[in-house]
Design a protein around this ligand. Structure first.
Ligand code: PMP
Length: 441
């Protein structure tokens, strides 16, 4: 028994695992015990190529020295500081560094601890912003089918993944959904698909259904990740921007996946050339190493709260761990790593190679669509009748056995490698996936 195997506990019952088939997992557990660069090490001592950047978050790869050192140093210097009525320098410094790379017009950063919390925070800011301006009737929210905005009640209400919603009661009132943008005529698109900008016109219909003066915000992922990598059709996001602006509705981009380089720019807003009013982010902000999220806001939104007596609390919202010093230290070191290694540019440079590799899987058994942008991609498989998700899950298990970590959502295989991937890693990942698909029943 190796030293690492010895560290794996025998009793796995107590931990109720999230988004996991617990019974299946506990019967044949898959455990990672170490990670470095683009590889995980399993409890059995096998190397597994990380084709997903953890959960779309370890954009700079694993065990990055600068980040490790920053966390170690911070733990010795200032482990925790109260988040309310007190500050510490790194929280301010990190906010400035995030704004340096954020889309033009984003000027303020509100910290959270996850993508889900960023979403709740952004929705609350949107509603409170209108109220602060004397527009308290604007409380309705508009999300999108197949949208993923985390798992809290606001997020699943505006989200549109049915399985995430249907078990949890009546959810928030006053929510409508735009149609998703996954059109069959866009199959095998490379980069942004041609068809679907017209789907944004549905927003006019929903606005017409209610009075525009009742609607606070529209929230979408610029590129929908968790629902299977749906790249925005050309012109679609700009249409959403134009319609929201026309009606005084805030536009929120949920950039929890697209933030920090995934699509070959710091943010998806920059990649797709459309700037919203609020941006949610998390994951890549700290390279996934310490939980942290943020909401980025324009000066207009922030300043609407900065009225009234100076000693008055402007926004009644926050978390014990908002701007946690350990997370801020990790965030600063992460952003430095991205900059020093020009990782966002690297993602853009590697994107054509990635695209060609991914699309070489066209024609393999069961493959019905392939799509990509930046360093993200998806391979959609034909579901087995009456057994949705089974085929893709089998591919996940087989790929893991063959030394590659991939991710599945429904019958879609989603890939999002660390931005430090070399071309040889792309070849290995796509080669392994090809072999797996050829053998899949
Ligand atoms: N929004 C989006 C767009 C996401 O992709 C995710 C996570 N995949 C979340 C929100 C939720 O983030 P978390 O799991 O950190 O709460």
């Amino acid at each position: 028994m190796s030293d690492r195997t010895a560290r794996v506990p025998n009793d796995l019952r107590a931990f109720w695992m999230p988004f996991t088939a617990n019974r299946q997992f506990k019967a044949a557990p898959r455990m990672f015990v170490a990670a470095e660069g683009v590889h995980y090490t399993t409890a059995e001592g096998r190397q597994v190529l990380d084709g997903t950047s953890g959960l779309w978050c370890c954009n700079a790869g694993h065990k990055r020295p600068k980040i490790v050192e920053a966390i170690q140093k911070q733990a010795e210097e200032l482990d925790y500081a109260p988040a309310f009525q007190m500050g510490h320098p790194k929280a301010f410094e990190l906010a400035n560094r995030v704004i340096d790379i954020a889309p033009e017009g984003m000027e303020h950063v509100f910290y959270t601890n996850s993508g889900s919390e960023s979403v709740e925070t952004a929705l609350k800011i949107a509603i409170a912003y209108h109220r602060a301006r004397g527009d308290a009737g604007r409380t309705r929210l508009i999300g999108r089918e197949r949208g993923y905005h985390g798992v809290n009640f606001g997020g699943i209400s505006v989200g549109g993944i049915v399985a995430n919603r249907k078990h949890f009661g009546s959810l928030l009132n006053g929510v409508d959904h735009l149609p998703h943008t996954h059109l069959p005529e866009n199959a095998y698109s490379r980069g942004q698909p041609e068809h679907g900008a017209h789907l944004a016109d549905e927003l006019e219909r929903i606005v017409g259904l209610h009075d525009p003066s009742t609607i606070a915000a529209v929230i979408v992922e610029p590129m929908a990740g968790s629902t299977g990598v749906l790249i925005p059709p050309k012109g679609y996001l700009q249409k959403l921007r134009d319609i929201t602006k026309k009606h005084g509705i805030l536009l929120i981009f949920d950039e929890v996946i697209t933030g920090f380089g995934r699509v070959g720019a710091a943010f998806g807003s920059q990649r797709y050339g459309v700037t919203p009013d609020l941006i949610t982010c998390a994951k890549g902000l700290t390279n996934g190493v310490i939980p942290m999220g943020a909401v980025l806001a324009t000066a207009e939104i922030h300043d609407a709260f900065m009225t009234g007596p100076e000693n008055m609390i402007e926004l009644f919202h926050g978390y014990t761990y908002s701007g946690n010093p350990m997370a801020c230290a990790a965030g600063l070191a992460t952003l430095e790593t991205y900059r020093e290694e020009a990782l966002f540019e690297r993602a853009a440079d590697l994107a054509p190679y990635w695209e060609d590799a991914l699309h070489s899987l066209k024609g393999l058994p069961h493959v019905i669509d392939i799509r990509n942008d930046g360093l993200i991609g998806a391979v959609e498989l034909e579901p087995i009748a009456g057994q949705p998700t089974r085929r893709a899950f089998q591919a996940f298990l087989d790929a893991y056995e063959a030394g590659c970590l991939i991710r599945t959502t429904g019958d879609i295989i989603a890939l999002s490698p660390p931005l430090i991937f070399e071309k040889a890693h792309i070849d290995q990942l796509i080669g392994t996936l090809g072999d797996v698909l050829k053998k899949l029943g």
